[in-house]
Design a binder for this molecule. Sequence first.
Ligand code: C2E
Ligand code: CA
Ligand code: CA
Ligand code: CA
Length: 276
Amino acid sequence: AKAAGRNMVCFFDPKIQAAALARAMLEAELRQGLSRGEFLLYYQPQLDSEGAVTGVEALVRWRHPQRGMVSPAEFIPAAEDTGLILPLGRWILEEACAQLVRLAGGPVGQDLHMSVNVSALQFRQPGFVADVLAVLASSGADPRRLKIELTESLLVEDIESAIDKIQLLKRHGVCFSLDDFGTGYSSLSYLKRLPLDQLKIDQSFVHNLLLDARDLAIVNAIMALGQAMGIAVIAEGVETQAQRELLGRCGCTSFQGYLFSRPLSSEQLHAFLSPH
Ligand code: C2E
Ligand code: CA
Ligand code: CA
Ligand code: CA
């Protein structure tokens, strides 16, 4: 009766009703977009201190027939709520692995990592490990070139099962990066137990690095943590040379951001990687 009462309130609240309608429309459009092949991956280069490209992060885009290019910030949350992130996430993994195979034939491709964002719902599926291994096998991609980006909140929920999954995939050579590091809820004791390969300094700490001493302190702390635990650190959202230099002075040797390149289409990426 209580739940029904709540539903009644929702039903008669025009604001909530409009939001629910918009969400239902988005869900229908997402479903259609998936079946019509409207999604594509962009790739943002990651560079070392010498400026060499060491990897790329796959970032999904939706080429909507009416709305044009839609940002993942607009549809990933809805895809998660509706469960559509499962078929979408599977497609993203397949496409990223296919790209990895194409890159391996190119000039620097052999050594490139492909970072793929995995959502909480996707990672929590009991079949997640088997799915990743199946996609790797059918694509022929080298598992050691695949890097899975997870977020902190996703790991906290069931740390034991998260550790199991990470360890299983690591046995096949797959790498793991902790995305948006410092913004989630995970405690340092979790970090100690997770067999991670990389921490990704969230761009919110990079943004004001030159202006806010607290951000600089956080970046230095993350660098020290990574060093002490033997985990590599990459900074994302690097937009200026001054940020890149200060990060370098903090000991950071891996960078991603508009300073080096925006996310690129597959064609743009291959051009970016070919010697000029
Ligand atoms: P994220 O994983 O933290 O990705 C980094 C975001 O920062 C990307 O936005 C990227 O385009 C943007 N970015 C890169 N360099 C800079 C910079 O120098 N300055 C600024 N201001 N931004 C920069 P994007 O592509 O819009 O993606 C937003 C979020 O959507 C991602 O955040 C991620 O959480 C989610 N997402 C994107 N692709 C996927 C995907 O394939 N699967 C899943 N599950 N989530 C995805
Ligand atoms: Ca990411
Ligand atoms: Ca991030
Ligand atoms: Ca983020």
